[in-house]
Design a protein. Sequence first.
Length: 489
Amino acid sequence: MSSFTDGLDVNLIDGKLVPASGGGTFETLNPATEEVLGAAADGTGADLDAAIGAARRAFDTTDWSTDPAFRARCLRQLQAGLTAHVEELRELTIAEVGAPRFLTTFAQLEAPIADLGYVADLAESYEWQTDLGAAKPAGVPSHRYLLREATGVVGAITPWNFPNQINLAKVGPALASGCTVVLKPPPDTPWIAAALARIAAEETDLPPGVFNVVNSSDHAIGAQLSTDPRVDLVSFTGSTATGRKVMASAAETLKKVFLELGGKSAFIVLDDADLAGAAGLAAFTACTHAGQGCAITTRLLVPRAQYDEAVEATAATMSMLAAGDPQDSGTVCGPVISARQRDRIEGYLRLAQEEGGSFATGGGRPADRDKGFFIEPTLITGLDNSSRVAQEEIFGPVLVILPHDGDDDAVRIANDSPYGLSGAVQSGDVDRAWAVARKVRTGTMGVNGGVWYGGDVPFGGYKASGIGRESGVLGFEEYLEAKSVAVGL
Ligand code: NAD
């Protein structure tokens, strides 16, 4: 691609950029063109073992966990390094992730780089020791304190859909808290992680072992992070099915687990909302990055009396947002990540028809694209919330539109899901929208077009969408232990 992407076939282990042990590599692809971009290091179990050992040693034998000012400096260096390479990273993100260009100015790249500043500041301003005052428990005069300390070695396992954001949303707070990290990125976007590794190695003072990255074509290698006794916490983002496996295998060594999982979030339109505006926003959200966002609203709940009108308005916007070249700044819906994901989505489109649904727009691959993994923005009509396409995460530009019979019914349908990650509500009356937002059992809600995303805003799920919160003070505290100390007086 460019000189920036030369030499991204390395892992970062114990401060060194190294090829995989055994020298193995695997190809990374451009999902919009199916062209091979180049080779990534195909890390082995031995590489992960070495990375965990380095992270353990760095945590146990250096001052990293007790020197927040140094950690803040390293994080600001990392932020500066990423910022200096932001244009190369933008091209890489478009090429490897298939991310539409417009999204790289936000959550696909620039926003998570900016958010490193938030965690660097937090490392310096956080109250590491709280005075709980004097008391006489059991008659013993004691002065009590609460200390917050880094948890230890973090195994971070990430998916491909927003790789810059998710890698940095784990690595940033984990390092700021004083933990050391082994990052296991997804096989679909290894270069994004390798670029981060190189900038960390070459442009920061991060001590050897504090931050390690092991790319591999082998998904199963991640399981080592949840079984190895030297790892204290697994911070995982990915599918609910894999999250269950991570939690089960982490149980053996009683690790802390922090899980950010799937979603099937509802966009609720109340009967006093501007229907055309709401339909347009719901359509735009569902098409963004070809629907490959865990928090994207993929069920559109509209008043029954306005169902046909809502179908027409939503389908009109979705067909305008046709799948296109992510290089174009006007593209909202790019490719999906792989042939495997495209085939999985097509399986759901067949299922929608078998379940009795119809397509108001879309329903397959776009006719005008013979290369790349594209799916047309698709609106499924004629089904209820019990259908599998309304219950299961599809992870494509596919929206299911469902009728509701008033505010309580809309809340009931929204909550009739194994997931609880996100949601939205539109109403002409903000108090009414608030009342609905409070009742939906989900980790984030957008009210009347509000956007909750931000480094200072906790994000995560209820129910099968996860355990814990990423970002904000809550996200930072996921990486901390608490120690209560009493001093006899
Ligand atoms: P995935 O679960 O297939 O893989 C996620 C990561 O886990 C990858 O790095 C993979 O190599 C690794 N992995 C696979 N098997 C493993 C095992 N047994 N033990 C340990 N690690 C293992 O998910 P994906 O397809 O890469 O990503 C899409 C999914 O991620 C969707 O379900 C989406 O909703 C979810 N996601 C959630 C959030 C969130 O914050 N809640 C954000 C983005 C994506």
